[in-house]
Every structure is written in structure tokens, then in C-alpha cells.
Design a protein around this ligand. Structure first.
Ligand code: BG6
Length: 487
């Protein structure tokens, strides 16, 4: 059993929302079962829905049943977990309603407090203000901010400054759940614990890098939110940028939070700002039209609730250049979309071709070495190499083979990203969370492209649901004489 020493109160604002039921409660259930959550720790759901503690516990139980695999839902463990659950009814706009929260938290004034804001960002400031007015922010308090933190650099600054009125930057944990994925963390392990990659990981040996996060699902009922954000703000500004940082950053001087984040922010600041001409040539935006998903017909984006006039992109592709010594001349191609042919997130590192082939007369093309880091649905790391086809044939024959770098998970339960991240907040380790300057640097770069798109520098393209995206994305990379992985 894992021992965690600190007793804490975890307060989830917006605790009856989808994220809480789908991700946070199952993650806390696992942490509790595995001894990572102290028995005396409390999980306090702050919600607007009036209900008794018994009703709340019954509701959480039914949601755990819905979202946990049958093999994991265990009656005895759920009973144990339920004892840690509490509820307070709060109207985030009314100060008065914070009294019941105060009464509960004041029972243990010295405890560490994790305030998880799983609400619309408009409430971040008001919630922090009320917490402060009621004396609920202690030096042992932390606040977790769910994305989206803003819509552009300006709005994100406004929200962050509001929160910073009440919490220190060191107490703020901005979540990007991609950083909690095991395979994503493995990028650092791979790069910085293997000498093998050290001399190769630069412009001398790498031709280009592709980062793809494709989803087969659509908007999943989140029309109101999604239509306001689109693929660029929903996925690229955060998840893809973070992946890019981990692949491109210099070795940090240690694993401590600021050393890692200092290196990531340097990458973001080295991104070449796009000019209007670059936006026209190096960016693609598109929206899906009707098609098929998993063999079933699905409607187009504009057929969604109230979306007939929508000009929101559900797909984005970019060629990104990083102006520093390591990456001079190495393009990074990024793409992300909804309703794509298949769910597939991967980073592919293409090494340069060998300088001269002694096998040229065999007629067989020598594929360049590739490192394929698959994040989902499969989690694996493969190194593609050339090898001799075994046998006695007169002419030596070559074939590409894959070296699997993965070790199988020894644990039965594979931790979800939220489990890892919640545990890090409990342990007060901010390494995997975004610092203010990172968020701002990412917005600064993305804002320029969004502005160009708003001015129609590049037209909105379309693609049929269930395909690999618009042909413009194929052209984007083909112009450089390359093609997307897996095409
Ligand atoms: C979220 C986006 O941040 O990430 C969603 O808001 C998206 O639109 C989701 O579907 C993808 O996460 P994952 O872990 O399923 O790849």
C-alpha cells in the first residue's frame, strides 16, 4: 500500500459537471484505493444543485458505476471512498453561500487545501475572491485551473491576473491533461536518460517532426463551448504546443518544476512568428461535413445545434519553425481534428537519409529511420530501422523493421492522466503544470494565426467526416516534398 502522509481537503467547484464525474471522481477513487489519498482527506463537491449528503454520495456512486470499468468498481472500496465525500451548495456569485464551505473547512484550518476550479473561466476570479473574503486561502492552499484559460492572450491575462490577486503563482496549477499521460512523460525519460539519442536529436540528424492528435469523435454535445473555441484554441494552443515543447526543449538542469518550465518556455519564445504570407502558406483550417464514423453516417458540423452559420474550424494543420541552433531548418508539422478517420495521437521523428547507399543497385528504397511515439489509442514507442531479409538469395534484400521500445506495464490498472495530475497537486509538485509565462507565450504565437484566419488570409476548407482531413493539409506538407505518416 502506498503511504501518503498529508491530510488534505480537495474542493471541486463545478463538482457536478461532466469532467468531475467522468475524470476527477474516478481518479480520486483510484488514488484512495491505492493509498495515495490519506484516509482523513475529504473531497468536498461545491455545486449549485441543492442536495443532501446522502443524495450526493448516491449520485457519485452511480457515476462511478457508469464511468469505471466493471473490473474496477468494487462495492467495498466504493463504500470506503464514500466516507471521504462531502457536499456544499454554493452559488458562485453569492458570497453568502460560502458560509457552509467555511464551516466545513474551518474544522481543520491547518490542512492542505486543493481548490479545483472545474467551472467556466468567468467564475475563476469570483470564486477566488470569495475564498479570500472568507479567509479560506491559507499558505497551504493551492488552486487548480482547468482549461480554457481565456480565448486569446488578452482574455487569458485578465483571468490569470484576477486569480493572482488571491493566490501566488507558486500556488496555481494550470492543468493540461496531456502532460499527465504516461507516454507524454516518457518523452522526457526517453530523451534524457538515453545517451543514444543525445547526439542525434538536432538539425544535423533530424529531417522533420510530425505531431498529430486526431479524434474520431465529434463535439460530443459541447457545441456552446466548442464553437467559441475551435481546434486551434481547444487543442493546438495547449496540448499540441506542450507536446512540441517536450520534443524540442533543451535538457533541463534538473527535474524541478522551474527548470523544466524554463526550457519549455524557451521553445515557445523561439517559435517563428508567422507573417500574413506564412499564414497563407503554412496554415490550414477546415470544418467537417457529413460523412461516416465507425461505419455509421454522421452529420456535418454545421448540422449541429444552431451551427448552420458557424465558421469554426474543427481541423487545423500548421508548419512550425523553431528559430534556435538545435532546430534550424527542421520543420515541425502539427495537425489536429475532430471526426477524423481514426483516433490517433502520435509524434513521429523522421531522421535524415543516409549520406550514401551501397545498396542503391538493389532497386529497393532505403527508408529513413523513424521514431514513432504513439500516445493513443495504442501507447508505444517504435524505432524503424532497415534490416536484411533473412535467406540465401543472391542479391541482398532489405526490409524496414520495427524495434519496440516499450516495456509492458506491470500494474493492472493504468493510471489516467488526471490521476497523475491530482496526485501531483496533492504532493505540491507543479512540474507538469503550466506556468503563466508558458500560457502567455503560447497564446502570443497562436493569436497571430487566429487574427490572420479572422481576416480570411486563408480560406476555410472542408473535409468529410471520417477522413484524414482536407487535401490542403496534404498539400501543406507535400509542398516541402514530404508526406504525413500513415498515409
Ligand atoms: C480536451 C478537449 O482538452 O481534450 C477536447 O477540450 C478533446 O475537445 C480532449 O476531445 C481530447 O483528450 P484525449 O485525452 O481524449 O485525447
Amino acid at each position: 500500500m502506498n503511504e501518503i502522509k498529508n491530510e488534505c481537503d480537495i474542493i471541486i467547484f463545478g463538482g457536478h459537471g461532466d469532467l468531475s464525474f467522468r475524470k476527477l471522481m474516478p481518479a480520486l477513487y483510484h488514488l484512495s484505493n491505492e493509498g495515495y489519498l490519506h484516509e482523513q482527506s475529504r473531497i468536498v463537491t461545491a455545486t449549485r444543485d441543492p442536495m443532501s449528503l446522502e443524495e450526493h454520495r448516491t449520485l457519485v456512486r452511480s457515476k462511478l458505476k457508469e464511468f469505471l470499468p466493471d473490473s474496477v468498481f468494487d462495492e467495498e472500496q466504493v463504500k470506503h471512498f464514500e466516507k471521504q465525500l462531502h457536499v456544499v451548495i454554493i452559488d458562485f456569485k453569492s458570497d453568502e453561500s460560502y458560509r457552509s464551505l467555511k464551516a466545513l473547512l474551518d474544522l481543520f484550518p491547518q490542512r492542505e487545501r486543493v481548490n479545483y476550479l472545474s467551472t467556466a473561466p468567468d467564475f475563476f476570479g469570483p470564486i477566488c475572491k470569495s475564498l479570500s473574503q472568507f479567509g479560506l486561502i491559507t499558505p497551504q492552499s493551492r488552486v487548480v485551473l482547468e482549461k480554457p484559460i481565456g480565448h486569446d492572450l488578452h482574455s487569458s491575462r485578465v483571468i490569470n491576473l484576477e486569480v493572482l490577486n488571491y493566490f501566488d503563482e507558486s500556488q496555481i496549477y494550470r492543468i493540461d491533461h496531456y502532460l499527465g499521460k504516461d507516454t507524454v512523460q516518457n518523452i522526457m525519460a526517453l530523451r534524457f536518460s538515453n545517451r543514444f539519442f543525445m547526439p542525434l536529436w538536432n538539425a544535423n540528424h533530424i529531417d522533420h517532426i510530425q505531431i498529430t492528435v486526431a479524434e474520431s469523435v465529434g463535439v460530443e454535445g459541447r457545441w456552446g463551448y466548442y464553437d467559441h473555441y475551435g481546434a486551434m484554441r481547444d487543442m493546438v494552443q495547449n496540448h499540441l504546443m506542450q507536446l512540441l515543447c517536450l520534443v524540442a526543449m533543451e535538457p533541463p538542469c534538473s527535474l524541478d518544476a522551474d527548470s523544466v518550465r524554463d526550457e519549455k518556455v524557451k521553445v515557445l519564445r523561439s517559435l517563428r512568428m508567422m507573417t500574413p504570407a506564412d499564414i497563407a502558406e503554412k496554415s490550414v483550417r477546415a470544418q467537417y461535413t457529413k460523412g461516416a464514423s465507425n461505419g455509421e453516417p454522421v452529420p456535418g458540423y454545421r448540422e449541429g445545434e444552431g451551427m448552420a452559420e458557424s465558421n469554426t474550424e474543427t481541423f487545423a494543420a500548421l508548419r512550425v519553425d523553431i528559430d534556435n541552433w538545435r532546430w534550424n531548418g527542421v520543420p515541425f508539422y502539427l495537425r489536429s481534428g475532430k471526426r477524423m478517420r481514426k483516433r490517433n495521437s502520435e509524434i513521429v521523428i523522421y531522421f535524415k537519409k543516409i549520406p550514401h547507399s551501397i545498396f542503391a543497385n538493389l532497386g529497393k528504397r532505403i527508408s529513413e529511420n523513424k521514431l514513432v511515439i504513439s500516445l493513443q489509442p495504442k501507447e508505444s514507442i517504435q524505432l524503424q530501422l532497415m534490416n536484411k531479409v533473412p535467406g540465401l538469395s543472391e542479391q541482398m534484400r532489405l526490409q524496414p523493421v520495427e524495434l519496440e521500445l516499450n516495456t509492458p506495464l506491470t500494474k493492472e490498472h493504468k493510471p489516467d492522466a488526471y490521476e497523475r495530475l491530482l496526485l501531483d497537486v496533492i504532493r505540491a509538485n507543479p512540474t507538469l503544470f503550466m506556468r503563466l509565462d508558458e500560457v502567455e507565450a503560447a497564446w502570443k504565437w497562436v493569436d497571430v494565426i487566429l487574427k490572420g484566419w479572422a481576416e480570411d488570409i486563408v480560406p476555410m476548407k472542408s473535409y468529410s467526416a471520417g477522413t484524414d482531413g482536407p487535401s490542403a493539409a496534404v498539400q501543406l506538407i507535400a509542398r516541402d516534398g514530404r508526406s504525413w505518416h500513415d498515409e
